[in-house]
Design a protein around this ligand. Structure first.
Ligand code: DGP
Length: 140
């Protein structure tokens, strides 16, 4: 089974489904996870149709990792967590649920009310509030 062009992130890339963007260039898009495990939970995806990291062309690697690092740094600055987790899942057995390659960036701190993976949809206003904080730091 190949890449499903109707997966939700493909629809986001085609502007058929809304998302709360934090960063975009010609190679990548970063936006808030609609089911955040912690405030500021962001996703970075390549503008290339691939389910997983194995089929990603080299030319996307730098942008993808660079954007992931910039957002991780912004999350560190905004929330001052003791840790930042970067997750990338390949295949259902690894827990992947959306089959377009993505990196999760999630703050971690002891005592933080950390939610389960893909469980609870956050209100749009909440995602926008957190996105604004991250965008402000990214722009500095
Ligand atoms: P994974 O299990 O690594 O494939 O995680 C997919 C993530 O995508 C999960 O944390 C929830 C998030 N997600 C699912 N549907 C949508 C959506 O429509 N919009 C956004 N922004 N995130 C989504």
């Amino acid at each position: 089974m190949g890449y499903d062009t109707n997966n939700i992130f493909a629809k986001i890339l085609r502007n058929e489904v809304e998302c709360t963007k934090v960063l975009e260039n010609e190679l990548i898009l970063a936006f808030m996870d609609v089911m955040p495990q912690a405030p500021g939970h962001a996703l970075v995806i390549p503008k290339f149709a691939t389910e997983n990291i194995f089929d990603l062309p080299e030319e996307f690697m730098h942008s993808l990792l660079s954007a992931t690092k910039d957002i991780a740094k912004a999350i560190k600055e905004v929330y001052d967590p003791t840790g930042v987790m970067i997750l990338q899942l390949n295949g259902p057995e690894a827990g992947q649920s959306v089959f377009h390659l993505h990196f999760h960036i999630i703050q971690r701190s002891e005592g933080l009310n950390y939610k389960f993976h893909s469980k609870e949809i956050a209100p749009k206003e909440e995602l926008e509030t957190e996105a604004k904080k991250i965008i402000k730091v990214l722009k500095n």
